[in-house]
Design a protein around this ligand. Sequence first.
Ligand SMILES: O=C(O)c1ccc[n+]([C@@H]2O[C@H](COP(=O)([O-])O)[C@@H](O)[C@H]2O)c1
Ligand SMILES: Cc1cc2nc[nH]c2cc1C
Length: 343
Amino acid sequence: MMQAPSSHDINARIDSLCKPPGSLGELESIARKLCAIQGTLSPSVSPRRVVVFAADHGVTSEGVTAWPSEVTGLVTRVMQSGRTASGVFAEHLHCEYEVVDVGLRARLPASRIPGSAVQFIDAAGRRGTGNLRFAAAMTGEEFDHAWAVGSARADAANDDGCRLVIGGEMGIGNTTAASCLASLLAGVDVQDAVGRGAGLNDIGLAKKVRVVEDAIARVRALEPLDAQQIGCEVGGLEIVALSGFYARAAALGLVIILDGYIATSAALLADAIHPQTKLNMIAGHRSAEPGHQAALQQLWLSPVLDLGCRLGEGTGALAALPLVDLAAAMINGMATLAELESP
Ligand SMILES: O=C(O)c1ccc[n+]([C@@H]2O[C@H](COP(=O)([O-])O)[C@@H](O)[C@H]2O)c1
Ligand SMILES: Cc1cc2nc[nH]c2cc1C
């Protein structure tokens, strides 16, 4: 087997291409990362797959979100048809698309929607979390189940030949869980960690800050806790599944494009448990949620895009995929300066 190139080899290769060194800016950084993750000077970014994990949140009873909890299941049902934003983006970008129920309150029909190529997996253990303001969101066994569901989806993607994966999520109320995780795992102040999520008004925002403060005070009183225990207290089933997905995908050497605030809270949890996980990540975008930048910084990541997006589902990561494609095309296809003919 050929030895993996050193960072010096990777830089030399990129600088040898037919352009002034550095002139393709961040595309060169992405290409460097692809080479480092895959241990090659010829990285591949296909086949690729988005896996969206969906689950419900007990904390929605606190009025922390603009949307009723039932919307989680309703949107996940549309995902099965491939017609949410992430499904449409994935199809456009030749990305396989998989939807996993890891804890919806109401079970969805598993039947394939006519005309849809979407793979749907019902893997729920617990259906919906507890209310993290007052009690643990899940038990250790429920955490292990959700983590194993995510890890198995990374194995399945790898077994099917995927070289790049994106994790997405759907869960009304999950920015509250993400805010708690960002605060506890990345030290983000509660005021900065809490945002409007899927469109909260001022009254709702003030309530959400109080709920997150209460949850954090409750967890602090239980300390010392390890990262898994913090995940049990304030996580979400789709967030923990995403963490298991990221940790396993990184262990398998897959490239991961990270999505928004909730996805990044899952990455914080994954990296706290398996500290090399962040090395396989490219941050697709900066979400409009105010805590996202600090959460990304904790992972030493800087976002490719800043479009003001805050949808989740993997959409911000998908938006960055064409640029990741260009970075791979650059290093795989360009002529070198040495090939320039002398006048
Ligand atoms: O990815 C993000 O940064 C993001 C930011 C705000 C909202 N979301 C999505 O909106 C839902 C959570 O919002 P909320 O207000 O109900 O907590 C959930 O389904 C997420 O996918 C996603
Ligand atoms: C309609 C809708 C779609 C979503 N996709 C991810 N989160 C969402 C939240 C809502 C409300």
